[in-house]
Design a protein around this ligand. Structure first.
Ligand code: SAM
Length: 223
């Protein structure tokens, strides 16, 4: 039966993809990709020749209906994002939701995502955690951090290198400078770095050594 399949792709190291993901990407009728040029790098690496169509936050509202029509007419379609799991701070939610409403089968493969290795590697409790994604850059930012003041679960944030120090300082202001945290940078890549310490220590560390690349911040919950 035709369906939508969400396929996680590597967050850095191209070898971090499952055998099943490669098989599926090679056998579906169409791959929807956030950025077709990025997707081609992965598909060429695995010699996958499946047709590609772009599906990103600027066209997904327009294209979901036609994608659903294609699946209902018998095509099986895979969705990938630039990196990691589609739907996790990436396009995916709208299409999955629309498929569910239309009773189209949706399958999601287990696979790469940045939040889980960063969490497990932090040494902070990972039995209960909450994923906050990117904090809003301006409007609603303070409100969102304030709402987390009493959070007892380990918190996970995605962040850009340009805002890392600002965010660490704001988190220290709300949660206290001694709150335990960890910053994972460039996971699975050549210059992977995992630095653990208090929010104050981490903010000073990155003030002296401005970071580059992709970043996940893990913060301990309130004791
Ligand atoms: N869909 C992706 C996932 O499943 O993790 C997330 C996509 S989001 C647009 C990109 C953000 O994820 C980056 O800004 C960074 O916060 C995090 N990220 C992605 N790859 C990473 C890596 N290799 N190391 C650290 N963080 C990463």
């Amino acid at each position: 039966m035709s369906k939508l399949i969400l396929v996680p792709t590597p967050i850095g190291n191209l070898r971090d993809i499952t055998y099943r993901a490669v098989e599926i990407l090679g056998s579906v009728d169409l791959i929807l990709a956030e950025d077709t040029r990025e997707a081609k790098k992965l598909l060429n690496h695995y010699n996958i020749k499946t047709p590609l169509q772009s599906h990103h936050m600027f066209n997904e509202h327009k294209s979901v209906e036609s994608v659903c029509t294609k699946i209902l007419s018998g095509q099986t379609i895979a969705l990938i994002s630039d990196a990691g799991t589609p739907g996790i701070s990436d396009p995916g939610f709208l299409l999955v939701r629309t498929c569910v409403e239309k009773e189209i089968e949706v399958e999601t493969l287990p696979g790469p995502t940045a939040l889980i290795p960063a969490l497990v590697n932090s040494g902070l409790p990972c039995d209960r955690f909450c994923f906050e994604g990117f904090l809003p850059p301006k409007k609603g930012r303070n409100k969102r951090i304030t709402a987390l003041t009493d959070e007892t679960r380990t918190m996970i944030f995605y962040e850009s290198p340009y805002r890392l120090v600002k965010t660490l300082n704001e988190l220290a202001l709300h949660f206290g400078p001694d709150r335990e945290a960890s910053v994972s940078r460039e996971l699975s890549k050549l210059f992977e770095e995992n630095i653990r310490g208090t929010l104050l220590f981490l903010s000073e560390y990155y003030l002296n050594k401005p970071p580059k690349g992709e970043i996940v911040i893990i913060v301990s919950g309130r004791k």
